[in-house]
Design a protein around this ligand. Sequence first.
Ligand SMILES: C[S@@+](CC[C@H](N)C(=O)[O-])C[C@H]1O[C@@H](n2cnc3c(N)ncnc32)[C@H](O)[C@@H]1O
Length: 721
Amino acid sequence: MAPSDDAPALAAVRPAGDARLLARYRAVRAASQALAAPLSPEDQLAQSMADASPTKWHLAHTAWFFETFVLIPNLEGYQAFDPAFRYLFNSYYEAIGERHPRPARGLLTRPSAAEVAAYRAHVDEAMGRLLAGPVAREVGDLVVLGLAHEEQHQELILMDILHLFSLSPLRPAYASDAPVAKPSARPAEFVAVAGGRVKLGAGEGGFAFDNERPRHDALLAPYRLASRLVTSGEWLEFMEDGGYGRHEFWHADGWTRVKAEGWRAPLYWSWDEAAGRWQTLTLRGPAPVDPDAPVVHVSFYEAAAYAAWAGARLPTEGEWEHAVGAGAERFEQVHDAAWQWTASAYSPHPGFAAAAGAVGEYNAKFMVGQMVLKGGACVTPTGHSRAAYRNFYYPHQRWMFAGLRLARDDAGPSAGESFAADVVAGLSAARKSLPAKWFYDARGSRLFEEVCELAEYYPTRQETALLKRIAPEIAAHIPAGAALIELGSGTSLKTRIMLDAAPQIAAYIPIDISGSALAAAAKAIRQDYPRLAVTPLERDFTVVRELADAAEGRPRVGFFPGSTIGNFAPDEAVELLGRLRGLLGEGGGFIVGVDLAKDPATLVAAYDDAAGVTAAFNRNLLARINRELSGDFDPGAFAHRALWNAAEGRMEMHLKALTDHTARAAGRAFGFVAGETIHTENSYKFTPARFADLARRAGWRVDGQWVSPAPEFAIFLLSSA
Ligand SMILES: C[S@@+](CC[C@H](N)C(=O)[O-])C[C@H]1O[C@@H](n2cnc3c(N)ncnc32)[C@H](O)[C@@H]1O
């Protein structure tokens, strides 16, 4: 079809021209020129590989796009700048005709850079005339498409020049203030997203590429999406753990590629022998790899292998789009750091129809064999991308600014929803309370680690010392090939004591509701115990009914340190211990850490330390509600309270409202009167006899019990009676 056949009917005409569109046109065109400004004519001519194009070609092709699709069909009397350019600067449009072969674009010494500049000026002058007069809506839409197209080439100019410079022994800098991917400002966490039946794709209003449409329904299981991108520091850990040399993390095609290309680091990374560190090439020139900045220039194969190594996965395109569309403020580095690989193949959305005419070739014909990337990069023009935007590359390509954001399946039926449900139920009750298990988001888990280091917080110290002493005795009860199943594993630090004492343990299944703590701990254990099969389960251990395949056919030993059992009231504890007996099976063993009752002053100090770490841990629950449930709690409007409830035999933590006020979360309002508290934790303290009684009521036999010196902490060894 000749381009003139695409000429839209001049039906809906903007009568007085479109000054705003013209202003935008000029700004975008000027931005392309500005990108070329730091480059010499020689820089602008060279082509570093078939996938990349010379700057001069980008500048000419983007003018060609306007000339071919907008001016020739729609501006009466328009004279093409040079008829030969139709062939030279056609990228891939079969409908327009033959074209100069892509890999030979770098051989186009003619036209010169100056002639290309004159070509652009010729097109700009004509576009100025066109947009000054009445413009049909369809023509306006083509201009907007041409501008989005030109912005894509602006990014390509920077990607391609970086690749070109990477092949120069001089390793030149493009510009000292060129864009680079910046580190994230906030700690990482896995944000829970409920999923369900959701709408994806671009709606009808506003500009979007045809491949983003139509808007359609999709079904998403609950999942978690990382709040930031994977960093270079994390990537270094993958490398140091032999990530590029371990086939178990790679797709077959990826593994073949790793070996064929000899990949052992992201593109542009090189080992600086003199400095003893990795360095990379950025648009600002060579620089040491910044461990806090997002990793860039990795292929899909590498991204997927990293995710497998990290015990996570890449998000699907739909998961990414839904999470960011529903709450972009919960995520960092969305559009301004690196494109993010997804697990989704680039294929049409349900109901997709390619745009009419030659521009229908823009996207549709590439919908095979490539993977979708979402977001945007530091080299992407500001405002160019959006949640529905679909970038796409072949899985082996690395020269674009591509990184990754991890995802995970969510715990249980829907942890996100049950957090919301628990908050609404707990704060609507006459006596407000929240379950203690919600303390442990990424920040909460870190604060708990700090609590464990405090002088006042004796339980961790006492339990660890006791466990070290008795581990050999306990180990004698653990059968060969056993699976160790840990409830509320946190950092898995105490686990190491058991693993060291009982090398016959063959599998480890840590279960924790805190995804971030679990992933980090599983990774560390895998690294230090390479022969152990580690299968983390991000679940609420009170509802787990089945263990991973790794436990199949193995004797099972439960491990429940930290006196987390104390969070449960006695009847609940019996119920839980009974359920866990079922989970661990006949002949199973169970190691349980239990804090013992003692003088209230010692107890209260342990839960109300002088440095205020426990207070911060307690208040973080409100910050978590704000983060995950769109709340507006002021954590400073609540005081931390720790008290000994002698009648119940438990330590209690509360958050006490300091003023009358109302706070909102999960779409609900909750009134507080001054002095009212939210009860956030119970920690029952036992006597050895009392705990043994609970265990027996749950069907366990007590095979051993050990008590530490004061402040006393006990460890029980139970077996199925
Ligand atoms: C007090 S910490 C103990 C951590 C570690 N076991 C230790 O002894 O240091 C409690 C841990 O249990 C997890 N946890 C609490 N309630 C849970 C539940 N219902 N299901 C799964 N994990 C839970 C928390 O996320 C946290 O990592």
